[in-house]
Design a protein around this ligand. Structure first.
Ligand code: SF4
Ligand code: SF4
Length: 285
């Protein structure tokens, strides 16, 4: 069972919910928690922090051009055809800006003298830790300035599958981009988390389009529901029988995470609310 926790926008409480659900599932089932928010992974923090990872694996899913300056005749064709403006000619010397390069390979194809070859580069890493709650945590990171977040997510999921656990909980990146699509591929269920704000509601509908594209069953959770009760009611009505539950706004949650205290180890109201969501989840799928 692969459950993806997704949201249209960032900062709506996905990682908090993923961490608590992983701990609840782990009471009766074999679980693996997977952090696929490769630009800003923080699931480990919600699970109490990790001092030292058990294993770190390199991810090589990107490539950058290597220029043979002995062959290059400074014709500038590659500069004209790089859509990402990653190449420029300075005093007839070809320069590559690796931070702008997307590794598309167009320059390699177009160079008339074969002076460019794409070379694989390490663009991220996967980290693995057996948590103190008896389940493994797999977290991935795309290096700053690197491209290929979707491919890194695919590699993280492959690594997580090796554990052959009964339930895989995937903390997705926000939005509807490549890492989200890669997170949702092959999923059995999506938990869509939102906040009761107009932009939150719009973004929720947007991510739902992706979920529907993959024909994945889903449920909706409203976080900080009490900051705008009228809109929360509207979202709840819109979600209908897909509504899984709501979480109250509580500043103490931030204190708990700052002290590396998992939500389920607190006595906050949110703990009870997430347990209710967990119960409803079983009824919905
Ligand atoms: S297309 Fe090839 S030969 Fe022309 S500038 Fe680029 S690398 Fe040099
Ligand atoms: S690989 Fe693509 S993005 Fe990178 S320099 Fe070549 S054409 Fe530009």
């Amino acid at each position: 069972m692969k459950i993806v926790i997704a949201s249209g926008k960032g900062g709506v409480g996905k990682s908090m919910l993923t961490s608590a659900l992983a701990m609840l599932f782990a009471k009766n089932q074999k679980v693996v928690a997977v952090d696929c928010d490769v630009d800003a992974p923080n699931l480990a923090i919600w699970l109490g922090g990790v001092k030292r990872w058990d294993k770190t694996l390199p991810v090589v899913t990107s490539a950058k051009p290597e220029i043979d300056l002995n062959k290059c005749n400074s014709c500038g064709i590659c500069v004209e055809n790089c859509k990402f403006e990653a190449m420029k000619m300075v005093n007839k010397n070809l320069k590559l800006n690796p931070f702008l390069c997307e590794g598309c390979g167009a320059c390699e194809i177009i160079c008339p003298v074969g002076a460019i070859k794409l070379k694989p580069v390490q663009n991220g890493e996967i980290k693995i830790k057996k948590t103190k709650y008896s389940f493994p945590l797999i977290s991935g990171q795309l290096y700053p300035g690197e491209s290929g977040s979707g491919k890194v997510v695919t590699e993280i999921k492959k690594e997580a599958e090796k554990f052959k656990q009964e339930v895989m909980l995937i903390d997705s990146a926000p939005g509807t981009g490549c890492p989200v699509i890669a997170s949702l591929q092959g999923a059995n269920f999506a938990i869509l988390v939102t906040e009761p704000t107009p932009s939150g509601f719009t973004d929720l509908k947007r991510v739902l389009e992706v979920v529907n594209h993959f024909n994945i069953s889903y449920g909706v959770v409203i976080n900080k529901w009490d900051i705008y009760k009228n809109l929360s009611q509207k979202i709840e009505k819109w979600a209908g029988r897909k509504f899984l539950g709501k979480i109250s706004f509580d500043k103490e949650i931030f204190k708990a995470v700052a002290n590396l205290k998992p939500i389920l180890k607190t006595n906050l109201r949110v703990k009870k609310e997430i347990k209710e969501i967990f119960k409803n989840l079983y009824q919905l799928w």
